[in-house]
Ligand binder design. Structure first.
Ligand SMILES: [Zn+2]
Length: 434
């Protein structure tokens, strides 16, 4: 569909205002979309025109009014866990069930080859769906850190230029009590240009352990990434403690905090105090709507879930907090489904979190906002001079975009349409034998 010489104009498409650097001259509808044309040359965006303002002089491709997004940025995933469901399902769909199933599978099966091949499969999916950058967590409890980090390095090199990869280490924060082990892990992370991450729990020495992590991040120049309060327990307030620690240390790096589910269960005055602090501490927050819906409020006694599991993104956005949504787990005991399709994440987020009526700046939660949290300059926006990395959809409005899977979308990278065939599940069959 696109001309071979790489110089052409995508005409008659719709762009969202939250994806544009310069909105002058555009005529946005109530959802924030405007007709536009994008000139592409040498793999980059040469110009962006509001429809009708400039005659099209290069080869024009008619996009029929379809919406285009910048290529996606998926800032919270677990591609080291991905696609193990067939050999290790979650017995009851609960959070403890997920934790123990993954732990057993990791100890028994996560060789370098196993991790490499499942990561490869995950990235092929993400790339085909239109993702250009992705952060994964890597389970980093002994001896897995010495297996997964070198594999990640190899995989990152293999995918360079297609999916820009970042990794954050993952372990329960109580493990950081073992200071010599923690120092060694932090060195491993730094050596691989990674991010220092942990799961916070309300352990009595949480503040001390957070201090240890922030001090180490400052010492080694690392950003931080936490899994926090993935529970309905109102006493889980580690988001507040992380904000305290960031302020206490005057932390100038980036901090991304995922989940924060319990916040949605807490009294209003408590929520307000926490969020004011989170804004002051300049934390970014990512919600994982599909996993949260799956794991939270799952009841053992055959009753129906009564809350959605997601955190308070509207209240955060209103305070200027940088908010994102992302994939989280795919086809593993934490989430039985998923394909690293960020459009699916956005579709489900729209339904679960009410990213509509008005649409506002919510499209940025899968593009510019995660790019900011991940320090990816130029990603997640459509700007003159930026790489021509975008996804063209058939849908011309939000209701058309989000009502069908858009399996026939066109992914453009460096100005060229990519081959976007998904890998076949049977590719992993030999890894799934019991
Ligand atoms: Zn996660």
């Amino acid at each position: 569909m696109l001309p071979e010489n790489g110089t052409y104009t995508l005409s008659n498409l719709r762009l969202h205002r939250s994806h544009l650097d310069n909105i002058e001259g555009f005529d946005f509808d109530t959802e924030g979309f405007s007709m536009a044309a994008i000139e592409i040359a040498d793999g980059a965006i040469r110009a962006i025109h509001a429809a009708g303002t400039k005659p099209v002089d290069t080869f024009a491709v008619d996009c029929r009014g379809g919406i285009a997004y910048p290529a996606f940025v998926d800032c919270h995933t677990h591609i080291d866990k991905g696609h193990i469901w067939a050999r290790k399902p979650n017995p009851d769909g609960s959070f403890p069930g997920a934790l123990s199933a993954v732990g057993d599978d990791r100890k028994a099966r996560w060789t370098a080859e196993d991790v490499d091949r499942r990561m490869e499969f995950s990235l092929a999916c993400a790339y085909a769906h239109g993702t250009r950058a992705l952060r994964t967590h890597l389970d980093s409890v002994p001896p897995q850190e010495d297996i997964s980090w070198p594999v990640f390095d190899t995989v990152r090199q293999r995918w360079q230029g297609r999916v820009e990869l970042q990794a954050a280490c993952l372990f329960g924060i109580d493990e950081a009590r073992n200071e010599s082990w923690f120092n060694r892990l932090a060195q491993t992370v730094a050596r691989h240009r990674g991010i220092l991450g942990a799961v916070t729990y309300m352990v009595p020495d949480l503040d001390t352990l957070l201090d240890r992590m922030f001090a180490k991040a400052i010492e080694l120049g690392l950003d931080l990434d936490f899994h926090a309060d993935e529970t309905d327990d109102v006493n889980a307030v580690s988001l507040d403690r992380i904000a305290d620690a960031a302020l206490r240390h005057g932390f100038e790096g980036k901090v991304l905090v995922g989940h924060c589910c319990s916040l949605a269960r807490q009294p209003d005055d408590m929520v307000k105090a926490t969020l004011d602090k989170v804004a002051r501490a300049n934390l970014s927050v990512v919600s994982l709507p599909m996993c949260n819906m799956y794991l939270q409020d799952r009841r053992a006694d055959a009753t129906t879930p009564r809350w959605r599991g997601v955190t308070l993104l509207h209240e955060m956005a209103a305070r200027g907090i940088n908010v994102c949504v992302a994939s989280d787990n795919t086809r593993d005991p934490f989430y039985a489904y998923g394909d690293l399709d960020v459009l699916e994440v956005y579709r489900e987020a729209t339904r679960i979190l009410h990213f509509d009526h008005p649409v506002g700046n919510w499209p940025a939660t899968v593009t510019a906002n995660p790019a900011q949290a991940m320090r990816l300059d130029g990603a997640g926006r459509l700007a003159i001079g930026a790489k021509a990395d975008l996804v063209l959809f058939r849908g011309r409005s939000l209701t058309e975009l989000l009502s069908r899977p858009e399996s026939n979308r066109t992914v453009i990278r460096d100005g060229k349409a990519i081959e976007s065939t998904l890998p076949d599940y049977s590719d992993l069959d030999d890894l799934m034998e019991p």
